[in-house]
Design a protein around this ligand. Sequence first.
Ligand SMILES: *[C@@H]1O[C@H](CO)[C@@H](O)[C@H](O)[C@H]1NC(C)=O
Ligand SMILES: *[C@@H]1O[C@H](CO)[C@@H](O)[C@H](O)[C@H]1NC(C)=O
Ligand SMILES: *[C@@H]1O[C@H](CO)[C@@H](O)[C@H](O)[C@H]1NC(C)=O
Ligand SMILES: *[C@@H]1O[C@H](CO)[C@@H](O)[C@H](O)[C@H]1NC(C)=O
Ligand SMILES: *[C@@H]1O[C@H](CO)[C@@H](O)[C@H](O)[C@H]1NC(C)=O
Ligand SMILES: *[C@@H]1O[C@H](CO)[C@@H](O)[C@H](O)[C@H]1NC(C)=O
Ligand SMILES: *[C@@H]1O[C@H](CO)[C@@H](O)[C@H](O)[C@H]1NC(C)=O
Length: 397
Amino acid sequence: MLISGFPRLVVLALAGTALSQKPVTSLVSRRLTEYVLPVTTETHELARVPGTDFVLLSQMSNSQLVKIQLDAASEAPIAYQAFPMGKNNQSGLHGVWPSKKHPGMMWLSLQWENKLLLVDPGTDDLSTPPTIIQTIDIPEPGNGPHCVFEIGDYVWAGLKVASKQTSSFYVFSASLSNTSDTTLYPCLNSPVFIAQDPATKLVYATQDASSSIMRINTTDHSTSQLPIPPSVGVNPVGLTNALGGGLWFTLAGNATGGTGTFGRINPAKNTLTFLQLKSPLLGTNAGLLHLADAASPPGDPAPALWLLSTSLLSNASADALIRVTLDADLENIVGEEYISIPTQNAMTHRVLTLDKTVMVSELHTFTLAQLAYNNTVAGEWLPAEAASNATVYDEAG
Ligand SMILES: *[C@@H]1O[C@H](CO)[C@@H](O)[C@H](O)[C@H]1NC(C)=O
Ligand SMILES: *[C@@H]1O[C@H](CO)[C@@H](O)[C@H](O)[C@H]1NC(C)=O
Ligand SMILES: *[C@@H]1O[C@H](CO)[C@@H](O)[C@H](O)[C@H]1NC(C)=O
Ligand SMILES: *[C@@H]1O[C@H](CO)[C@@H](O)[C@H](O)[C@H]1NC(C)=O
Ligand SMILES: *[C@@H]1O[C@H](CO)[C@@H](O)[C@H](O)[C@H]1NC(C)=O
Ligand SMILES: *[C@@H]1O[C@H](CO)[C@@H](O)[C@H](O)[C@H]1NC(C)=O
Ligand SMILES: *[C@@H]1O[C@H](CO)[C@@H](O)[C@H](O)[C@H]1NC(C)=O
């Protein structure tokens, strides 16, 4: 009896000490919740239907579009309904992107059917099936639209599969005013993300396996390559316009892991610059698959990015969201915050920022993680009188 009672007394004494002192450093909470989606092997892209409480998410392995309803106040997912897209479960639904030209409509890609779809997601009700407004067939020799984007007056797609006719890869674009007016830009193996620099109007495409970024002048259709120096890392994937300073991209690494490296394209100078995470624990080996602009929390105007580290290519790289803060010149990292995804080996895939939360799709575990990035000071999530209640307990019961 004495032996078992003794350690219990020690624990209680420590608890009493902790409760009777004011904290020196407040802990901040980062609340991550994982939501279980329909069971399948590949959960990919996600986008919000602008101005609504609906997020569309693609499951490629069975070609299902998951329509997710969010709680308007908290943005927490509350219900979903999945809809088959394409002629069968092998149609390869992949890309999801909002249209600005057709407000309320969404672009989808069917990689294995070689088609782009413009759909009305049916945001009057969760159970309303998406209706197809327009279908764009990718012309030969193009093959395999992966991610889809609407940029200005064009819809774009990276054609991820080698052409049956030429064995080459292409970036596809079609004019929105005449979708028969299409262009195939020959590129390297193989195009993933496409984004435009607002100042020069130049369009860029990451090409993962060739470790190079293609630059496209849409006026004269000329293209050129910006290769990634192997010394900094390999495999550019995520690419986005961010922080009002050029385009930013991430390097996903390879089977031996990543290098924690992301970079910036300076379109005016036609140069690439690279930044590397410093933390030896989750940073320097991170394979960075995707990224997003991280809206600064109030009172912190520093420019910041969300980087998504993934175990997709190597389990030497963790599944984590990393918030990097940059200096005003966007040249140096001044802060790194690591938020591990609860389920590891989840092969985290894409990061999507909503108004006050951040979502992450987990490819391998049919899961959607949501981060409430809210600087709640430790103790202050309790009602005020409970937080200031200095009662010291003397019993564990
Ligand atoms: C696709 O559908 C076929 C026929 O209904 C079924 O046998 C197969 O299991 C399905 N595959 C997937 C990945 O859903
Ligand atoms: C649309 O583009 C196609 C291909 O360039 C062209 O043949 C057709 O005349 C165009 N249609 C209109 C209405 O301009
Ligand atoms: C794109 O090409 C056009 C036509 O050759 C040229 O006038 C323009 O300067 C080019 N744009 C850029 C940003 O290089
Ligand atoms: C992985 O990438 C690194 C550069 O980051 C390179 O040194 C290494 O050879 C690559 N490994 C494989 C298996 O391609
Ligand atoms: C990755 O995970 C698998 C399964 O847990 C394990 O067998 C393998 O050794 C791991 N590889 C690395 C590089 O950690
Ligand atoms: C953060 O949490 C506080 C307290 O629960 C809440 O009042 C506030 O609305 C939250 N802010 C965001 C951005 O969610
Ligand atoms: C403080 O907490 C104790 C233990 O739960 C409770 O009995 C007491 O009523 C609380 N006091 C106040 C002011 O809430």
